[in-house]
Write a protein that binds this ligand. Structure first.
Ligand code: ARG
Length: 458
């Protein structure tokens, strides 16, 4: 007999039982479901909706059920459909009619909404912890590489010289925003739906504030219809997760390129690389590639929930049961990605001299030479054209700009003086970027300092 079987004169088809059930995946929520039920039972007792004794009995039995589940003594049943009804059935099997009182003033609709929020709030904190570790690693790499000169790129073409510290601190900003985004998402999720009942509220004089306090929610959902219909918080979490993955994926793409023989800027530690089953010489950046690949999977989870929710009328619809596999998928994939990525970059070998060597060609000082001419009095557009001509000349004569003599410089513009020999140096190009937030050592040190303060305040 189903918990809701009274109105039915026939049993459900076995195929329907199997199809309708979510216990296969929502059993993961057993702890959150029990914690939510304990708070609900406490409230029912406090408000004299059930007796104190009944409340205590329910709470004790729920705790026993929790222990039993954790010690592997429970087998959930498909015929009880989901984690909520499986646990309620276990409870009524244990304590009979008293157990049947637990669902007073509650629906599975507000129950499932509270379970997912409890689960996600916990996981957001875990993910934030992993992000914090990554931020710490980025600060460390940056501090160690303040003077590691490398090309900065646009269109993946050498553009202007920068330092690796500067490059790492760019990612720091992204993951810092990711952290903040998750925090914001947590705050908006921190509203208790329990007490909403099926959709309209309940006829009992409940104390939702008490439950909120018990379960660690800062606020109550103001409207019960919204409380049971809302899955924005999942969409928001998956958006934040997708952005994190996008950042990881861009970073991975760079690391994959940088570890190619063509770049040879870094080498992954052996413990974070794999070999080829046929080519004995190969060392592949599989880990970075897989993180890049898993990005698609998490975007998929986001699109999945967006599509599920797209045209659902208020309030609860069974479609919403499909939210859980994708939430679990995203959480279970993003966590190892963050942890492994962090260890991978922490252990990678940085080939400083190759990075520096790559700035020797590609005319990376061209913009600085144009700026030099501007400071000597030329309009920028004219300076740009002169330096463009110099680059063309050098390309045709297989030279770099720093090979030119002062006389040759002067052939292009009489504004060149002998201080140009210092300006063409890559190191000078970097250090003369004086604007706030630029690649010069002083500015990067400021960024690192600010970054350190951010992490320390977390
Ligand atoms: N297993 C359901 C879910 O995950 C629980 C809520 C069921 N509510 C209902 N009215 N059928 O969505």
């Amino acid at each position: 007999m189903k918990l809701w079987g009274g109105r039915f004169s026939k049993t459900t088809a076995k195929l329907v039982d199997e199809f309708n059930a979510s216990i296969y995946f929502d059993k993961k929520l057993y702890k959150h479901d029990i914690i939510g039920s304990i708070a609900h039972a406490k409230m029912l007792g406090n408000c004299n909706i059930i007796s104190k004794d009944e409340s205590l009995k329910i709470i004790d039995s729920l705790k026993e059920i929790l222990d039993d589940i954790e010690s592997g003594n429970i087998e959930f049943k498909i015929e009880y459909e989901d984690i909520h009804m499986n646990i309620e059935k276990l409870l009524t099997d244990k304590i009979g009619d008293i157990g049947k009182k637990l669902h007073t003033a509650r629906s599975r609709n507000d129950q499932v909404a509270v379970d997912i929020r409890l689960y996600l709030k916990e996981e957001i904190l875990n993910i934030c912890g992993l992000l914090k570790n990554l931020l710490i690693t980025l600060l460390k790499i940056s501090k160690d590489n303040l003077d590691t000169i490398m090309p900065g790129y646009t269109h993946l073409q050498r553009a202007q010289p920068i330092t690796l510290a500067y490059h790492m601190m760019a990612y720091f900003q992204m993951f810092k925003r990711d952290y903040q985004r998750l925090n914001d998402c947590f705050d908006r999720m921190d509203y208790l739906p329990l007490g909403a009942g099926a959709l309209a509220g309940t006829t009992y004089n409940t104390d939702r504030n008490f439950i909120a306090k018990e379960l660690g929610f800062k606020n109550l959902c103001d409207n019960s219809l919204d409380a049971v219909s809302d899955r924005d918080f999942i969409i928001e979490f998956l958006s934040a997760a997708s952005i994190i993955m996008m950042h990881l994926s861009r970073f991975c793409e760079e690391l994959i390129i940088w570890s190619s023989s063509e770049f040879d800027f870094i080498e992954m530690d052996d413990s974070f690389s794999t070999g080829s089953s046929i080519m004995p010489q190969k060392k592949n950046p599989d880990v970075a590639e897989l993180i890049r690949g898993k990005t698609g999977r998490i975007y998929g989870d986001l699109f999945n929930i967006l599509t599920i929710m797209k045209s659902l009328p208020l309030a609860y619809n069974k479609d919403m049961q499909e939210d859980k596999p994708l939430i679990f998928d995203a959480v279970e994939n993003i966590k190892p990605c963050l942890e492994i990525f962090n260890n991978m970059i922490d252990t990678m070998i940085i080939k400083k001299s190759n990075m520096k060597k790559a700035t020797n060609s590609g005319f990376m000082n061209a913009t600085d030479i144009a700026d030099y001419l501007v400071k000597k009095g030329l309009p920028f557009r004219s300076a740009h054209e002169i330096v463009g001509k110099m680059v063309l000349y050098c390309l045709e004569n297989n030279k770099s700009i720093e090979d030119l003599t002062l006389e040759q410089f002067k052939n292009f513009s009489s504004f060149f003086e002998d201080d140009i020999s210092k300006q063409v140096k890559i190191k000078t190009c970097i250090e003369s970027k004086v604007s706030l937030g630029s690649t010069s050592t002083n500015n990067v040190k400021l960024m690192i300092e600010k970054g350190k303060n951010f992490v320390e305040a977390l």
